[in-house]
Design a protein around this ligand. Structure first.
Ligand SMILES: Cc1cc2nc3c(=O)[nH]c(=O)nc-3n(C[C@H](O)[C@H](O)[C@H](O)COP(=O)(O)OP(=O)(O)OC[C@H]3O[C@@H](n4cnc5c(N)ncnc54)[C@H](O)[C@@H]3O)c2cc1C
Length: 320
């Protein structure tokens, strides 16, 4: 049986949810999973990778991989894969992966498809991805002979059960020497320590209806109560109320949480393109004609400044 390679990203010593989803999908399809982890922190995740189905874990713990540098990561991936028999490589469609894997595909002459929302490894290989801001869905077919690199959007597949008794064979490989064209000296992290928007299970997003930057505090209170991450429309990012890293939409992040609460957001097509994969959408808007209500599972017509604090209060009572 040919191997399925899963590129696994981690944060704070835990494997990211998008990677766990891919391990679970490959395990569910009965594949032999080779997990690859890069950077010194990857060592901490070997048990977790095994518990979710990895039979082999390949690590390169070189300090130089602490921060993402495309040349170094590419060299590490080429080294990891050079003697490995595999047909499919899966990775979560993160910012890092969307930069790294087209480079790898070019080197390996592999096929690559990103931002996929449906994956079936069971009966042949079925991959689907939205196109034109979600207006249609493409089925991607691969040439049989090609190696296939598939980048899946997080939050699209279920995370399977944990098997704490499962073990994996762990091997370390060395980072080859690279003549670097660029050096990453420092990565300045965003202020938020919250779960990344693309991986969040609950998102509370704010738009121009919030009137000014200071009023995002109200959304943060609701988000803290729910264990959610705060997002935003482009209008408020452009206005400088919140950083662009919080932008949801066609030119921002694509998200697919279980619950998306849109507060004071009109529901422009470009915003919907980034969040219409959410399982439940709650819209709070004082205009009953706002387009967001056409997409919402539940709509609350009302003033955000009255509705949001009441919701926070009620959720606090329920959850505490
Ligand atoms: C090429 C291109 C790419 C784009 N990419 C993106 C993108 O990635 N993401 C994105 O979001 N946008 C994007 N846009 C912009 C998009 O078209 C909209 O302009 C933007 O989404 C509007 O943001 P908004 O809903 O916050 O503001 P508005 O459209 O101004 O809506 C504000 C809403 O708040 C409501 N409101 C007002 N007061 C209250 C209150 N007190 N209580 C409750 N509700 C209230 C109003 O009824 C209104 O519906 C893009 C545009 C272009 C042209």
């Amino acid at each position: 049986m040919s191997n399925v390679v899963v590129f696994c990203e981690s944060q704070n010593g835990k494997v990211k949810k998008g990677s766990l989803e891919l391990l679970s999908a490959a395990r569910g399809a009965g594949k032999n999973i080779v997990a690859i982890g890069l950077g010194p922190a990857a060592k901490e995740t070997t048990d977790e990778l095994a518990h979710y189905g990895a039979k082999n874990v390949m690590l390169c713990s070189d300090e130089k991989l602490s921060n993402y540098n495309p040349q170094l990561y590419l060299a590490a991936m080429l080294e990891a894969l050079k003697d490995l028999d595999f047909e499919v490589l899966l990775a979560s469609s993160s910012v890092l992966a969307r930069d790294l894997f087209p480079r790898l595909a070019a080197k390996l002459e592999a096929a690559v498809t990103s931002d996929c929302t449906e994956l079936d490894l069971n009966s042949g290989l079925q991959v689907r991805r939205p196109m034109y801001a979600g207006k249609c869905t493409a089925q991607v077919d691969f040439k049989d002979s090609a190696k296939k690199i598939i980048l899946m959007r997080p939050n699209q597949l279920p995370v399977g059960s944990v098997d704490n008794s499962a073990t994996a064979e762990v091997s370390e490989f060395a980072l080859p020497a690279v003549d670097l064209k660029t050096i990453v000296k420092e990565v300045v992290k965003g202020a938020s320590e919250k779960i990344d928007l693309t991986e969040a299970n609950i998102i509370v997003s704010g738009g121009r209806g919030l009137k000014e930057a200071a009023n995002f505090k109200m959304l943060e209170d609701l988000a803290d109560t729910l264990g959610a991450t705060v997002g935003a429309s482009r209008a408020v990012c452009d206005a400088g109320w919140v950083p662009h890293s919080m932008q949801v939409g066609q030119t921002g992040k694509t998200v697919a949480p279980t619950l998306y609460i849109a507060v004071g957001i009109s529901g422009a097509i470009q915003h919907l393109a980034g969040m219409n994969g959410s399982k439940v959408i709650v819209a709070i808007n004082n205009d009953p004609e706002a387009p967001i209500f056409q997409k919402a599972t539940y709509g609350i017509v009302g003033d955000a400044f009255e509705v949001v604090p009441k919701l926070t209060e009620e959720f606090k009572k329920l959850l505490n």
